[in-house]
Design a protein around this ligand. Structure first.
Ligand SMILES: Nc1ncnc2c1ncn2[C@@H]1O[C@H](COP(=O)(O)OP(=O)(O)O)[C@@H](O)[C@H]1O
Ligand SMILES: [Mg+2]
Length: 312
């Protein structure tokens, strides 16, 4: 599905699905992949790009996925011609604040790797410190090994990975890191490890574990969204749920997001905050209409400014 174009006109919001050729001008990768798909059958790329097209912004991430696809595809072509397929490590670091799309992108990458036969299953196992670190000697290695086993054929995604180094050398987090490094060698090519977290903390984590950076040649930055990107994300989220934003609701959301962004800085949770605000607005809207059984289709769809309330 092509990304809908959302326009406001005389107080109405129009959502239209552009022709693919229109979309191609908006984003260079789409343009390139369209040209390629006409010449070759790049169905895996086409599918992954359709999913990425539904994500607002993230151009560096989209460029990276395109590059990785090209490399995997050409490696396959070279192997068919009896040439060496240079090995590349696909373990990655995702640096970004909460709600910047890290988990969403990891899930899409899993599917791409599966389609390209890099991974047999392509599923995502998402864990955090508490899932890996145990309470007594040996417990951590056991927990970590079990999760690696679960992730074989897919991606092991460790959120807030820097917290593994939190307690210094005596902490069991260190044991989890050692166990992960061993698993990367024992199960080479059987799973992809993604370490994710706040940019500053991840940089500190990598610099204090000198053995690690070379094992993670790919580092992707997930920037904070701008207010206008967040509004575009909001429009997409309400559209997917078959709701619409009134002009006043959109304005209120815009002001609220700008203020939150100023006040919260590092703790600002980007698209996740937008999703939570919309889900709350949908419940407020339901309460508002509960005793209006004859609500019109229009009323059942429009979220108004009064439905957008602070979360706490
Ligand atoms: N660029 C984007 N466009 C549309 N929705 C997005 C985008 N980035 C994130 N989201 C949505 O925001 C929510 C949080 O994203 P997530 O991937 O969990 O962020 P993170 O893992 O960085 O905390 C999800 O519902 C996701 O679908
Ligand atoms: Mg996440």
């Amino acid at each position: 599905m092509a990304r809908p174009v959302i326009r406001q006109h005389s107080g109405q919001i129009n959502v239209t699905f552009p022709l693919k050729t229109d979309l191609a001008t908006s984003y260079s990768i789409t343009q390139q992949s369209d040209t390629l798909t006409q010449q070759h059958k790049h169905t895996a790329l086409d599918r992954v790009m359709k999913q990425l097209d539904l994500l607002v912004g993230l151009n560096n991430v989209k460029d990276f996925v395109y590059e990785i696809y090209a490399w995997l595809y050409i490696t396959q072509c070279r192997k068919e011609q009896g040439l060496k397929g240079a090995h590349q490590t696909l373990h990655m670091i995702f640096k970004g604040n909460p709600g910047t799309g890290k988990t969403t992108v990891a899930r899409i990458l899993g599917k791409l790797f599966q389609e390209m036969n890099v991974l047999s299953k392509g599923h995502l196992v998402e864990v955090e410190r508490a899932d890996l670190v145990g309470e007594y000697i040996g417990h951590t290695a056991q927990k970590t090994r079990e999760l690696v086993k679960k992730a074989l054929g897919g991606i092991l995604f460790i959120d807030e990975a820097y917290s593994l180094a939190r307690g210094g050398t005596k902490d069991f987090g260190k044991e989890a890191i050692d166990c992960l490094v061993k698993a990367m060698e024992d199960h080479k090519d059987e799973f992809v490890l993604i370490l994710a977290g706040y940019p500053k903390e991840m940089e500190h984590f990598l610099s204090s574990n000198p053995g690690l950076p070379s094992r993670f040649p790919v580092q992707l930055e997930f920037s904070n969204y701008t207010v206008s990107e967040l509004l575009e994300i909001a429009e997409l989220m309400v559209f997917e749920r078959e709701y619409e934003l009134s002009v006043q609701a959109r304005n209120k959301l815009q002001h609220f997001l700008a203020a939150e962004m100023r006040n919260k800085h590092q703790n600002f949770s980007n698209a996740r905050l937008v999703r939570n605000l919309i889900e709350k607005a949908i419940r407020e809207h339901a309460v508002r209409l509960l005793y209006h059984p004859n609500s019109s289709k229009q009323e059942l769809m429009f979220l108004s400014a009064e439905d957008f309330v602070p979360l706490h």
